[in-house]
Design a protein around this ligand. Structure first.
Ligand code: FES
Ligand SMILES: [Fe+2]
Length: 413
């Protein structure tokens, strides 16, 4: 993001804090609760938004070396992501061309050759079938016709996109739109993968996504956790096509007024969250990016799986490592983060940073979503109400509805 835009957003947030003013959608809207429980809708979403829509599956840091790979099994098409001999990002169907077995047992690793565990057919990083044992007994095999099935794949701005259909078209110019310029400045390609977390809970995937849709709840639900670090009720928000940019201030933001503007950086005073249609929240903090991918499960509207990838800059990793040797610093680990995180001289370890983020989502936000799921399933609550200060919720659901050919949400006032 350009520096002048960062300054502009920081000034906007400071002004909103001065005036106690939040984002304002101008109207309230009604969201039918059936949208979270209807099986046919869940199946349409699964088909249209997941199986027939480009998927962001990781960051460049997930494939740091020439022979790195990782797998994805979240949208009905098993994916093997790797780099070919030219270093280009490639995605294949993770299925052997003999009889379809997965080519790797582990979800992430390094290898020059993928050897199928069933009968040991082997494939190069370019997807070519290299060898099949006992060809004299198996019969003549045209190896050139038995490469791994390739899926459309593109690495752009440090983000890895795949299309689940072999004949799918990745059109990131359109899908990212104005974010293409903005992402060019974030340098996402230089963040290193440091950890993964999976949350599998009994809540619709849209309830999971909704928890990223307002900061109205920060000083209530997250009073003892995130609310100690961030202001709620103060959101700088911009819709960008089907995506959005959502920026909220740290409690320390007003201290930036003492620093010359040319030294201002957006992530010093705020956290930036990009929502990328349909199911991704990309959370940008200083030295750290969290990639949150939220999945529906085919035909089951009452369950979702969230995958959180944590990525740090080398500089951040070094800074935390040096704190361990500094007698004036207290390195806080994941076990005591809530007791020690705000003590003077405390430096949060990478584990502690990941724990704060992941456990807040799992234990606080998604606990709300499980309650909401039960309420929606009761059938006794016909609508939810999205407030004027919950503009991102209006946007998510109107974007889903438009993609499925449904009219916009009903405006209340
Ligand atoms: S299924 Fe892979 S070698 Fe037979
Ligand atoms: Fe939250």
């Amino acid at each position: 993001m350009r520096h002048e835009q960062q300054v502009h957003i920081l000034e906007q947030l400071m002004q909103q804090l001065d005036e106690c003013r939040n984002v304002d959608a101008g109207v309230q809207v009604r969201q039918p609760t059936i949208a979270y429980v209807d099986r046919q809708l869940a199946e349409r979403e699964w088909r249209e938004l997941f199986q027939n829509h480009a998927q962001l599956i990781g960051l460049s840091g997930d494939l740091p070396k020439a022979n790195s790979y990782f797998t994805v099994d979240d949208f009905g098409v098993p994916v093997l992501a790797t780099r070919d001999s030219q270093g280009r990002f490639r995605a294949y169907l993770n299925a052997c061309r003999h009889r379809g077995v997965r080519l790797t047992k582990s979800n992430r690793g390094e290898t020059q050759l993928f050897v199928c565990p069933f009968h040991a057919w082997s494939y190069s990083r370019d997807g070519a079938l290299v060898a099949a044992p006992q060809e004299d007994q198996f019969g003549k095999l045209n190896k050139a016709c038995h490469s791994l099935v390739s899926l459309p794949a593109e690495e752009r701005h440090g983000l890895l996109f795949v299309h689940p259909r072999t004949d799918g078209v990745l059109n990131l110019d359109v899908q990212l739109g104005a974010l293409n310029d903005e992402f060019a400045g974030w340098d996402f390609a230089h963040y290193l993968h440091c950890g993964d977390k999976t949350i599998d809970k009994r809540l619709n995937w849209k309830f999971a996504n909704d928890t990223f849709g307002e900061t109205y709840h920060f000083q209530k639900l997250h009073k003892a956790t995130l609310g100690r670090i961030f202001h709620g009720d103060t959101l700088a928000y911009e819709v960008i096509g089907r995506n959005h940019r959502f920026v909220f201030p740290r409690r320390s933001i007003l201290q930036m007024r003492d620093i010359p503007q040319e030294k201002w950086r957006l992530t010093t005073g705020a956290t930036v969250v990009y929502y990328l249609f349909p199911n991704v929240q990309l959370v940008v903090n200083a030295g750290r990016v969290s990639l949150v991918r939220i999945y529906t499960l085919a035909g089951d509207p009452a369950r979702s799986v969230t995958r959180i990838g944590s990525y740090f800059t080398q500089d951040m990793i070094d800074r935390v490592a040096s704190a361990a040797d500094d007698p004036d610093k207290i390195l806080v680990d994941a076990s005591n983060v809530y007791d020690s995180g705000d003590r003077a001289g405390a430096v949060l370890s990478l584990d502690a940073l990941m724990e704060v983020f992941n456990s807040t989502i799992e234990n606080e936000d998604y606990a709300m979503g499980e309650d909401q799921q039960r309420a929606a399933e009761s059938g006794r609550l016909v609508h939810f109400l999205f407030g004027r200060n919950e503009a991102p919720l209006h946007h998510y659901h109107n974007a889903f509805r438009a993609a499925l050919g449904e009219p916009p949400l009903e405006v209340v006032a």
